[in-house]
Design a protein around this ligand. Sequence first.
Ligand SMILES: *Cc1c(COP(=O)(O)O)cnc(C)c1O
Length: 441
Amino acid sequence: MRYYSLNRQSETVDFRTATIAGQAPDGGLYFPETIPQFPAGFVEQLPHLEPAEVAYTVLAPYVGEAIPEAELRCICAETVNFPFPLVPVANGISALELFHGPTLAFKDVGARFMSRCLGYFSRSETRPVTVLVATSGDTGGAVASGFLGVPGVEVVILYPSGRVSPVQEQQLTALGQNVTALEIRGNFDDCQRLVKQAFRDQELMQQRRFTSANSINVARWLPQQVYYCYGVAQALAQTGKPPVVAVPSGNFGNLCAGLLAHVSGLPVARFVAACNANAVVPAYLTSGRYAAQPAVATLSNAMDVGDPSNFGRILELFGNEYPSIREKLSGYSVSDNETAATIRRVHQQTGYVLDPHGAVAYFALEHYLARNPEAAGVFLETAHPVKFPDVVEAATGREVAVPAELQTLMQQPKRSVVLAPAYEELREYLTGQLQESSVTA
Ligand SMILES: *Cc1c(COP(=O)(O)O)cnc(C)c1O
């Protein structure tokens, strides 16, 4: 498989180069030259296939010659070694739970696949590889856990001090080994600015090989197709008809992966792009015009994105034809009040505890089903509610219990290096002049 840049200035590359580079030299996103079709009978067999087999079947055409078959099968097995249950919540609505991975977020799937691919590629690198990421919460944890213990790769994560939840902070700071957490005395924008500045620092970039583990990386984007296959197979078995799938969206990588699986042959009646107040895509679906906006802060903060980076991939997938996009995709923007009220109401009526991101998708799906009552609805539950305890506990009036798998991690000591939001400090740290890790309680 070859990948071209959506800016169409750079040369095409293979999966290895696309994964290591993240973004094309012309600044564009990589996109596969052809969309492979699932093998005949694949959808019918899905309920009987092993998860690793499904992942291998979906991903092998995209990886091509870049990774030998035995190695790729191993990577696939490690990527999807946790369940993706479809749980009925209310009449005509089921949750596809994507939070049973090590950091309780759907990003585990992309991060695990990408880290193992990079680990394989780094075996033939002479310089050590450092993964440098800024996180507002979920991304960093999934990336850290994905790369934990991968030989030849160091991970440095910048997060805003005091602005991530306790579970998220433990997932960033308590792992140890090859993962270092830099606690920045600033906000998420500061963290992102520092990382961008580091990538522009030519002198620094020559010392080691830096990579961004960014959400636009093809190795994070493509494996997300796998759980759509599971979800749809379970929905078909339960209702006999292709479901309508609502996806809580920020950068739109997740939704775009679902669309990709659909174009490859997965039966889905329609997708619903569920957004919070950051609604540029729902606005595009209504008007046909796309206008990026500054991001605004909401309760579903992993979706606070004003210019979704994967939107270009959605356009490309539909040949830039607005009518074809509208045929497959509806959009809806959900306010913070509606999000909190949905968590409260669904908990009262069904006992199910939504996280704020799942609640946005739930509400958007209800809105769609009100006009299309015969449809079978599935929404993606992208994170465990314990990662957003303030919002969820305020809405339900109950404490969210920490799942057993997390108890040990919650007891580990936190280790972070506290830095001012100034580039000189980050640079000093990265060039090894600031070795001492400070331990905070
Ligand atoms: C990242 C994230 C999203 C948004 O996913 P995109 O692929 O960026 O659209 C939704 N929910 C949660 C919990 C997330 O962490």
